[in-house]
Design a protein around this ligand. Sequence first.
Ligand code: NAD
Length: 304
Amino acid sequence: MILDGKKIAAEIRAELREQIEALRAQGQRVPKLAIVIVGNNPASETYVANKIKACAEVGIEAVRIAYTSDITEQTLLTEIHRLNNDETIDGFIVQLPLPEHIRESVILSAIDYRKDVDGLTPENIGRTVQGMPSIISATPRGIRELLARYQIATAGKHVVVIGRSNIVGKPMAILLMQRAYLSLPNISAASFGDATVTICHSKTQDLAAICRTADIIIVAAGSPGLLTADMVREGAVIIDVGINRVEDISSPHGYKLVGDVDFENVSKKAAYITPVPGGVGPMTIVSLLQNTMQAYTSKQNKSL
Ligand code: NAD
């Protein structure tokens, strides 16, 4: 069965739209997101444009703050402090990657964790590890929501996470191993958490053997065709996070997007599988909107 991220994301956008319309109807201000973009990386431009479009669809106000790639780290830090103190902004993100001369860790650490709707500050990640209220990075949050809405429980399951990045692999593994009751209150459809987690990466030996013992495999490696059918046991759940451009002469662009999974063959064995595109990608974008809503709400009720 296909885990239809596109459809679930549309459902969540409709729910958010309703909540924001209700705020408007009560005469309250709507949530506002700022997106800082540095330089003119074409992939970043596309991601930012998609995020702004998604905000508009649900009624979140979005502002794009663009800087040329020669901005200094200090000037960017000043901008971060300004956004931290701007009462009209509920959350903001700094689109990555940043130019080489700007230290990503310095910039991310400067963001007020209550406005960190990408969930990338050391404070948010530390709070997540400790099971405290936190903002969770968009892709793991989206995967959690997708599993919950398909009522796929993770408790007691062996979950293999391939990839150890700060934005996907690490936070995903942390969430999966947390006690189930630490999950967000709106995740009630299935028990999320309480999984036995194995984290694999580029130095892992015999990835295939480890994957064959998994009930659920989450692949975020950026390596097309990495997960093949012989690595998957019958009835496993497969979440493909990878987004890779591969040459395709039949496409007008000359390329197509594929994940990290050999979808054609793995889908014959999997009980559930996400497609690329249309799986984790749309869930990631809608999770950013949910995080913005969370930042807005927690400002009113001080829940963060
Ligand atoms: P990354 O690119 O920072 O790192 C890749 C990780 O995979 C590393 O930890 C590495 O050790 C591991 N890895 C690479 N090759 C491997 C192999 N052969 N065997 C085992 N492990 C291997 O990770 P990232 O930023 O999490 O991105 C991973 C992929 O997910 C990329 O394709 C990226 O474009 C995609 N992505 C998609 C979304 C989405 O919304 N769908 C969001 C974020 C990232």
